[in-house]
Design a protein around this ligand. Structure first.
Ligand code: URP
Ligand code: ZN
Ligand code: ZN
Length: 476
């Protein structure tokens, strides 16, 4: 099959260089993250260069240059490109720098947030950035959760003492994604802009996407393994007053409530509601001050007052609460770049839920088309890069443990899960980089991929035939 393209990978985002918020720091850099990708059959990753609200981060070009140097510091085992996360609607920057991002860097996609205080844009700010992106043929990716709903519910849960990791899911019921997807679809329709919803995790979100697609709107959706292999119950596993292991499963949107949701989401994989299947690899260590809470308090709670006095820092307070397992302070995200293809193989392809063609579309061809890399990537054709992966020829089920993986994270959410297959070879531009359980490539093998505009959103019919219904005069 064509090499896997994982279009949603977080690497090298830390307290200084990226707004992951909540004190989180990526445990993987380009070396360890790309090594893990290669071992899981993936030959191209797209990671996030992230603007912050700081004055020195106004310039998107500076953000990208700084992020690029993080990639060049170590090199990469697989090919890589960048999305840009935009958290400021700065008119000058958008007008002057977006064309350079597209033309000089080949960055043809930006991610915008409807949640997280440090990243969230208002509706009019979203319109500003989406409009600028549309004019530059840059695809807008949307993190669709209603941040105000989450904040409000979190306050209410905290008032009732419901702060354990499990309540993360109750702070984000499906309507949180349902509202945000509908709103973003309306904004996109207003200005005739294609959008891609990242990490859609609810049946309601998927249904909204489906309805918009049926109207002929250029709305695309990504989903991820956690929405097919985890449920709310996984946020309850292991919980005790001193053990916060279930924080390992915290991601946003949260996993669905039950396995019947999985079944509904599988339909979306099969029928094309979901365009791409990415990992949203967000590597936090469990046992690390900037990771998930390990549950081990470094200081007795009784010292909290004293520490507050010493450091007078809200940050320290937040760190202590994270250590105590309060979900508000737990960084959101789980690792999965290496398990992505094997999980879809095991859970969907081997079970007959999707065809081999659909498997290739979701994991390689569609991300290549959507993000402007096709047909160099995502195809086995004369002239394409010879990126491939081969499964094992025979069915050899085994149970995964984290020590088998190649990331720099000290856990996998899929510990103990049975897999029916694993990539035997991964081949990058004709060179074998993973063979029979060994990394055989070099960390210099991966090259930066300069991308073009999306091939998916071109030439789509207008949903609203009368241009007065939508603001198409904006582009005249
Ligand atoms: O919980 C998640 N998804 N963390 C990763 C960051 C993001 O929003 O994609
Ligand atoms: Zn997101
Ligand atoms: Zn993400």
């Amino acid at each position: 099959m064509p090499g896997g393209i994982d279009a949603h990978v977080h690497l090298c985002q830390d307290l200084e260089t990226g707004p992951l918020g909540l004190g989180g720091e990526c445990a993987d850099n380009f070396e360890t993250g790309s090594r893990s990708a290669a071992a899981g059959g993936t030959t191209t990753i797209i990671t996030f260069a992230t603007q912050t609200r700081k004055e020195e981060d106004r310039s998107l070009l500076k953000v990208v240059e700084a992020y690029n140097s993080r990639a060049e510091e170590t090199g990469s085992y697989v090919d890589y490109g960048f999305h840009i996360i935009i958290v400021q609607n700065d008119a000058d920057i958008l007008e002057n720098e977006m064309p350079i991002l597209m033309n000089d860097w080949g960055i043809s996609s930006c991610k915008l947030f409807l949640t997280y205080k440090t990243q969230c844009l208002t509706d009019s700010q979203l319109l500003d950035v989406m409009f600028a992106a549309r004019k530059n043929a840059i695809t807008t990716m949307i993190h669709a959760e209603n941040g105000d709903m989450i904040e409000w519910l979190t306050d209410k849960l905290e008032q009732k003492g419901m702060v354990a990791p499990f309540y993360h899911a109750l702070s984000r019921p499906p309507i949180v994604e349902g509202e945000a997807t509908n709103r973003a679809i309306a904004l996109a329709q207003l200005i005739q802009s294609p959008i891609l919803f990242v990490h859609v995790g609810s049946v309601l979100g998927a249904a909204n996407v489906r309805r918009a697609q049926t109207m002929g709107l250029p709305i695309y959706a990504e989903t991820c393994p956690q929405y097919f292999h985890l449920t709310w119950d996984d946020l309850k596993r292991f919980h005790s007053p001193t053990c916060f292991e279930n924080s390992k499963m915290i991601c946003s949107p949260p996993p669905p409530l039950s396995v019947s949701d999985h079944e509904d989401l599988f339909v979306g994989l099969a029928n094309g509601t979901f365009t791409i299947y990415s990992s949203d690899h967000c590597p936090f260590r469990y046992d690390h001050p900037h990771g998930k809470p390990s549950g081990v308090l470094e200081h007795e709670p009784s010292m909290e007052g004293e520490l507050e006095h010493q450091h007078e820092g809200k940050e320290l307070q937040d760190l202590l609460r994270r250590k105590q397992g309060a979900f508000r302070f737990i960084p959101n995200g789980i690792p999965g770049v290496e398990t992505r293809l094997p999980l879809l193989y095991t859970g969907a392809l081997a079970k007959g839920r999707i065809s081999p063609q659909r498997f290739v579309e979701l994991t390689s061809t569609n991300p290549a088309k959507l993000y402007g890399m096709y047909p160099r990537k995502g195809a086995l054709m004369p002239g394409s890069d010879a990126d491939l992966w081969y499964p094992e020829e025979t069915f050899r089920p085994f149970h995964l443990t984290n020590s088998m993986l190649h990331h720099n994270v000290d856990y996998t959410p899929y510990e103990g899960t049975e897999f029916s297959n694993w990539p035997r070879y991964t081949i990058l531009r004709g060179k074998i980089i993973w063979a029979n359980g060994e990394i055989v490539g070099k960390v210099q093998d991966g090259k930066y991929v300069k991308r073009g505009p999306s091939l998916l959103s071109q030439g789509l019919p207008r949903a609203d035939r009368d241009p007065r219904r939508v603001a198409s005069w904006l582009y005249e």
